[in-house]
Design a protein around this ligand. Structure first.
Ligand code: SAM
Length: 232
């Protein structure tokens, strides 16, 4: 059996590469993300009534890693990268059919030119194809007593500090989006390093919202070392 699917929309997000994207939605709520619906779904009728829901489920394709296939066992970062669980016991990106599922906050719907959903906190790469959108129904889907397996509770957060030079660079960038400093802190607090890396001397680079951010991590403190604004 084979089924073919086509995207109903494309994600536009500040996340220009996989490195740094939070591992689940809502962990970096300051990320402004939009979902632009594609023809023939970009008509107001397709979203009529959706504005009354605060959250939506997005089914999407892990398009950036699709070609790498899947394995029956994966090493979730939450287990330190050492222990393995079955692919279906994980949210790993490398999975059969490469489908992802994210619950995101719906901030608004713009129907002036086509249809664009304004979302926040999505854990999605810029350009991610979305296959379906469904409203979140709290009375059926909220399960406060549910067991969370090896991800029972939010991940530990790092403390974020700014070097003087990074602060100066940010201040000099007069066109910087107002939400950017907060987003940088939310993203870095999640500890974007691969689970097996713990080198206090290492400098990491991340592309976010058009800028390059250099940071280092030591003793559970992440320091923003440099910010390079996009060239105009
Ligand atoms: N909430 C979704 C789920 O449970 O299916 C995604 C969880 S997955 C662990 C989140 C990671 O997917 C992000 O940290 C990012 O590295 C990766 N990711 C996001 N968008 C992607 C895309 N379009 N293609 C490949 N990887 C992507």
């Amino acid at each position: 059996m084979e089924y073919s699917v086509t995207p109903v929309g494309i994600i536009r997000s500040p996340y220009q590469e996989k490195f740094g994207i939070p591992r689940q939605p809502a962990l970096a709520p300051s990320a402004p993300v939009t979902l632009e619906l594609l023809p023939p779904y970009n008509q107001p009728d397709c979203v009529r009534g959706l504005e009354d829901f605060s959250h939506v489920w997005l089914t999407f394709v892990f398009h950036d890693t699709l070609a790498r296939g899947w394995q029956p066992l994966v090493r979730p970062p939450r287990l330190g990268g050492n222990s393995k669980v079955g692919v279906f016991a994980s949210r790993a990106t490398h999975r059969p059919n490469g489908l992802g599922l994210s619950l995101v906050a719906l901030q608004g719907i713009d129907t002036r030119h086509g249809v664009t959903l304004q979302l926040s906190g999505a854990d999605l790469l810029d350009g991610t194809p979305v296959l379906d959108i469904k409203p979140y129904i709290p009375f059926v889907e909220a399960k406060p007593d549910a067991r969370g397996g090896f991800v029972d509770g939010p991940p530990p957060q790092l403390t974020v500090r700014w070097s003087e030079s990074a602060r100066t660079q940010l201040q000099a960038w007069t066109q910087a989006p107002t939400w950017l400093p907060q987003l940088i802190e939310e993203v870095l607090a999640q500890d974007p390093r691969p689970a097996y890396q713990d080198d206090p001397q290492r400098r990491y680079g991340m592309r976010l919202a058009g800028c390059n951010i250099v940071f280092g991590i030591a003793d559970n403190v992440v320091t923003v070392l440099e910010i390079t604004a996009p060239t105009q």
